[in-house]
Ligand binder design. Structure first.
Ligand code: ATP
Ligand code: MG
Length: 301
């Protein structure tokens, strides 16, 4: 069972058809970059996965269950941070667990148990802040942090709920180039944990869909790139997946060799962003066949 299964999904806002027969299967541990022309429906697709805007037709299943409303199985981080100004970094990160696991009567009338649980939550928050490189700033308030630091806290806040799928909608769009790069490296470090887990036959912990306008970023942080576009034969009915291919894998401590993806970037521009309709895009939708080929080669068959 895949972590996320999108089946024949279409979405319209009133008479405006936005998404047209989108099909996507995402396994645990994949980091998928979703790219496409502005306004093609990327955020709409994420909202369907989040469960806030179920599709007009078709289905979305997370962990085998239909997503009809938001649940802790799917987390999201937007371009603009959404932290509580009156809470420190660690309190912000621990906040979701507090809501999820306790109630006001429990906190009031069972104080010793709440204190113990609270300590556990803060410990988990600290562990996540370490992971996103922010442990030293754990007692700072959002107003004392830079934009990049706030986005790290927002990501830790989403990860503490251990979502089956983490959605990132242009998460680094408001950051300067250097900060953006640091956050990209942070994602590569999470991906390394996935690789390690897989090697030890454990379930990889992070499954991520990242929407980005930056094709270099998409190819750098993701292991798979999906292109959504209205530029296809049936585009009048909305955007669909016109590109789905593996992306090169980078290690966080490796020099960033941009030449690795120059060709693929050109291919993406042609397949996803070029307005010449009626092209046969199926040749660019090869992720699973490539994936299986690599798996077979990897197994030495
Ligand atoms: N609530 C809504 N009501 C009506 N139309 C909407 C609504 N939300 C989005 N749209 C329209 O649906 C289309 C897709 O919007 P969406 O925000 O999903 O695109 P996007 O790919 O995320 O764009 P961007 O790259 O600019 O973020 C756009 O034409 C937009 O105007
Ligand atoms: Mg959007």
């Amino acid at each position: 069972m895949a972590n996320l299964e999108i089946d024949h999904l279409s979405h319209a806002y009133g008479p405006k058809k936005v998404l047209n027969d989108v099909n996507l299967r995402v396994e645990a541990g994949q980091v998928l970059a979703l790219v496409g022309p502005s306004g093609c429906g990327k955020s709409t697709l994420l909202r369907a996965v989040l469960g806030t805007h179920p599709p007009t037709s078709g289905s979305v299943c997370v962990g085998g269950k239909p997503m009809l409303r938001p649940s802790r199985d799917v987390g999201i981080v937007y371009q603009h941070y959404s932290l509580f100004d009156f809470l420190t970094a660690r309190q912000n990160v621990a906040f979701g667990l507090k809501l999820d696991q306790t109630s006001t009567p429990f906190r009031l009338f069972n104080y010793p148990a709440w204190r113990k649980l609270r300590a556990e939550h803060l410990e988990q928050a600290d562990a996540l802040l370490k992971k996103v490189g922010l442990y030293a700033a754990r007692d700072q308030y959002p107003s004392q942090m830079s934009g990049g630091m706030r986005q790290r806290v927002a990501i830790a806040q989403a990860l503490i709920m251990q979502p089956r799928v983490l959605l990132l909608d242009e998460p680094f769009g408001a950051l300067d180039e250097a900060t953006r790069e640091e956050l990209q490296l942070m994602l590569l470090r999470l991906y390394e944990e996935n690789v390690r887990a897989r090697a030890e036959h454990r379930e990889p912990p992070y499954t991520v869909i990242i929407v980005t306008h930056e094709l270099n970023e998409a190819l750098f942080v993701a292991d798979r790139v999906v292109g959504l576009s209205q530029y296809h034969a049936d585009g009048a009915n909305g955007a669909t997946i016109v590109y789905d291919r593996p992306a090169p894998i980078f290690k966080p401590d490796e020099p960033k060799d941009l030449s690795k993806f120059v060709k693929q970037k050109e291919e993406l521009i042609e397949a996803v962003f070029s307005e010449r309709h009626l092209k046969d895009h199926r040749k660019y939708v090869t992720f699973w066949s490539e994936h299986e080929k690599t798996a077979v080669e990897g197994a030495g068959v």
